[in-house]
Design a protein around this ligand. Structure first.
Ligand SMILES: C[S@@+](CC[C@H](N)C(=O)[O-])C[C@H]1O[C@@H](n2cnc3c(N)ncnc32)[C@H](O)[C@@H]1O
Length: 255
């Protein structure tokens, strides 16, 4: 039976931050010397009262000097395990809640950020309505999502070893770099889209196997692991590394 986006998100994130941490680690093989989080830091429209929804382990705030910039930061996530991490971000108010049901009065924030989280929701339009509600007039929304070809070469491994559900899109909704501007047009204006220029160039099989384990939520069984390793190693032997297309965008808009 197909897994809904929200059930997949609960399986992945509710009780552990390990799956997210393993996946972020793979992006250390990015071809752009500027990391995603540093690239974001230069572009995020940050001012005054800032809310990040689906803030995960709070990685963004190890790159942004929110205290030095005088930001008042609220970090929200539905996962108790993630909120535990978020409590170590200095000066941040942490709120465990669902993105589609934010416990904040209307007009509470100058910026709302949803970094790589909208595609985990059963009803992303409902969350976007909540983001518009809690933003002040003229406030900024910043959303990061992926193109439909994001990590295509990794997504091909799951089906090839009999685990099609390991492909990224298998349990996500239809919000992508291509469709998100249409979603935002209902409630937001001044929509801009910018692509982060980066691919992955991975020299050994191990980080890819760890990525596949994180998608499965547990170590792959020995036979599938061995099939995946052979497939990855054959590509490395032929091409010198395992090259993966990345396609992430930052979308900004005003309310
Ligand atoms: C791919 S992670 C991104 C985390 C962080 N923004 C980052 O970029 O490192 C997605 C995050 O969204 C959270 N999430 C998923 N569904 C959610 C929901 N319905 N409401 C709030 N947070 C949710 C997960 O717990 C997870 O921390």
């Amino acid at each position: 039976m197909p897994v809904t986006p929200s059930v997949h998100a609960i399986n992945q994130y509710a009780t552990t931050s390990g799956n997210l941490t393993a996946r972020i680690a793979l992006h250390a093989y990015g071809t752009n010397p500027q990391s995603w989080f540093d690239w974001l830091e230069e572009r995020l429209p940050l001012a005054g009262d800032v809310l990040e929804v689906g803030a995960g382990t709070g990685k963004l705030w190890t790159h942004v000097d929110h205290l030095g910039r005088g930001l008042r930061l609220t970090l929200a996530d539905f996962s108790p395990a993630m909120c535990e991490h978020l409590r170590s971000v200095p000066g941040a108010h942490v709120q465990q809640c669902d993105a589609a049901d934010l416990p904040f009065p209307e007009g509470s924030f100058d910026t709302v950020i949803a970094n790589h989280m909208l595609y985990h929701l059963d009803d992303p339009a409902a969350a976007l309505r909540e983001f518009a509600r809690v933003l002040r007039a003229g406030g900024w929304l910043a959303v990061a999502v992926n193109g439909s070809d994001h990590l295509d070469e990794l997504n091909a491994i799951g089906p090839a070893i009999g685990r099609p559900e390991l492909a990224l899109g298998a349990a996500q909704n239809d919000i992508t770099a291509e469709t998100a501007p249409g979603y935002l047009a209902d409630g937001f204006t001044d929509i801009t889209v910018e692509r982060y220029p980066c691919d992955l160039d991975i020299p050994t099989a191990e980080p890819i196997l760890a990525y596949l384990d994180s998608m499965a939520g547990e170590p792959l069984p020995a036979e599938q692991r061995s099939a995946a390793r052979d497939l990855i190693q054959a590509r490395i032997n032929a091409e010198g590394s395992f090259r993966v297309r990345k396609h992430s965008v930052l979308i900004t808009a005003t309310r």
